[in-house]
Design a protein around this ligand. Structure first.
Ligand code: AMP
Length: 267
């Protein structure tokens, strides 16, 4: 891709873990519009999975993924093998100290160090001008922005709004784990976020009271269990006690054994 860069082409990059859906292909299409050439990586990064997480059963579909990339106008797909990507001597980890705390960082220790390490290495390999990430993984986007800012990486980070099913469920590769009953239960994430937004719209400003609205909604679904429900400064992710500025609601909920995340701007 250095040759393309040298010819003055703008390189866009979309890192993914594959099992691509319309959320991923939307990132690719946004990248295609902003750049001359789009590169995608498909890599189920072992460093961002905890020992008890779903690394071994994470869904994969190489042929389907390649077809979707082609249809989305992607020029280059990078699919490394873990052993080649992380050779035995590999020992460097990248850590964003503050932004990766709390939320998913609390629930998944080490997860964001795995994310920043893989993303920085992928950035160095792809050398993009611009990289595209989904707002679905809101904390991840904030962590990547912090890394790019702190390490002076010459890359523009662009966030893309969450793509949802018509009934409001955020698209996720992990939705494939859900039984049909769980698929129905999973709508509680969206309902809980909407309840928080409605609460703020009707004048409630206490973060605790607002998150209680979501917890009550989730408590009404037998197979659902809260991992976290938080409201935070939409720009810095600093936790808020009073909702008095741009605010994002973020949550993670287990539906049966499947952990789903979602978020919504509520002020
Ligand atoms: P993943 O394959 O889950 O690591 O996701 C790769 C990229 O796609 C990340 O930047 C995600 O935030 C983004 N992404 C995943 N799901 C969605 C969605 N429903 N809408 C928009 N972007 C998404």
């Amino acid at each position: 891709m250095l040759a393309e860069r040298a010819r003055g082409q703008r390189i866009g990059f979309v890192p993914t873990m594959g099992f691509l859906h319309d959320g991923h292909t939307t990132l690719m299409k946004v990248a295609r519009e902003a750049c001359d050439l789009v590169a995608v990586s498909i890599f189920v990064n072992p460093k961002q999975f905890g020992p008890k997480e779903d690394l071994s059963r994470y869904p994969r579909d190489k042929e389907g993924d390649l077809r979707k990339c082609r249809d989305a106008g992607v020029s280059i797909v990078f699919m490394p093998e873990p052993e080649a990507f992380y050779p035995p001597l590999f020992e460097t980890m990248v850590s964003v100290a503050k932004t990766s705390q709390g939320f998913c960082g609390a629930a998944r220790p080490g997860h964001f160090d795995g994310v920043t390490t893989v993303v920085l290495k992928l950035f160095n390999l792809a050398q993009p001008h611009e990289a595209f990430f989904g707002e679905k993984d809101f904390q991840q986007l904030a962590v990547i922005r912090a890394m790019v800012r702190d390490l002076s990486l010459p890359i523009t980070v662009t966030g893309v709004p969450t793509v949802r099913e018509p009934d409001g469920l955020a698209l996720s590769s992990r939705n494939v784990y859900l039984s049909s009953e769980e698929r129905h239960d999973a709508l509680v994430l969206r309902r809980a976020l909407e309840a928080m937004k409605t609460g703020v719209e009707s004048g409630e400003r206490s973060a605790k009271a607002i998150t209680e609205l979501a917890r009550a909604e989730i408590a009404g679904v037998e197979r659902a269990r809260v991992d976290y429900v938080e409201v935070a400064d939409a720009l810095t992710l600093a936790q808020r006690e009073t909702i008095d500025g741009p605010t994002q609601a973020l949550l993670a909920v287990f539906i049966g054994r499947t952990r789903l995340i979602d978020n919504l701007r509520i002020l």
